[in-house]
Design a binder for this molecule. Structure first.
Ligand code: NI
Length: 130
């Protein structure tokens, strides 16, 4: 119930991404900043190498707000720069790598786990809403 109320509170309020980005500094720990149609809009800061993983039933959108992200796939690598986005289709193994800190916006179904089927140290299941 609390979650629902919080969500209602946020409806019709604009979100300033730069402001939201000042509210956290840890890496690989996405924050929820919006929700629509069963999807979450998340912000995250990444630095270093993530784990190889895939999501069996979710497509993920990575939109680069600041910095540069390398998305590795088993057969190719895509370099994403500020203002660019990439959709990783469900079932496709991927590994985000950030040489320097990168700030991204994610768009994916609510409940999508950051490490997909690879549960481990970097897995985050309870995401903070900011
Ligand atoms: Ni993923």
């Amino acid at each position: 119930m609390l979650k629902e109320n919080k969500q209602i509170f946020k409806i019709m309020q604009k979100v300033n991404l730069n402001e939201k980005l000042t509210l956290f500094s840890d890496h690989w720990n996405p924050r929820i900043v919006g929700e629509l149609n069963g999807q979450h809009v998340k912000l995250a800061k990444l630095k270093g190498e993530f784990v190889w993983h895939k999501h069996d039933s979710e497509d993920e959108l990575f939109y680069i707000l600041k910095g540069e992200l390398r998305m590795e796939f088993r057969d190719k690598t895509v370099v994403l720069k500020e203002g660019e986005f990439l959709i990783v289709p469900r079932g496709v193994e991927h590994r985000p790598v950030a040489e320097e800190e990168v700030s991204i916006m994610l768009f994916e179904p609510a409940g999508t786990v950051n490490t997909g089927g690879e549960k481990g140290e970097l897995t985050k299941t309870e995401l903070e809403q900011i």
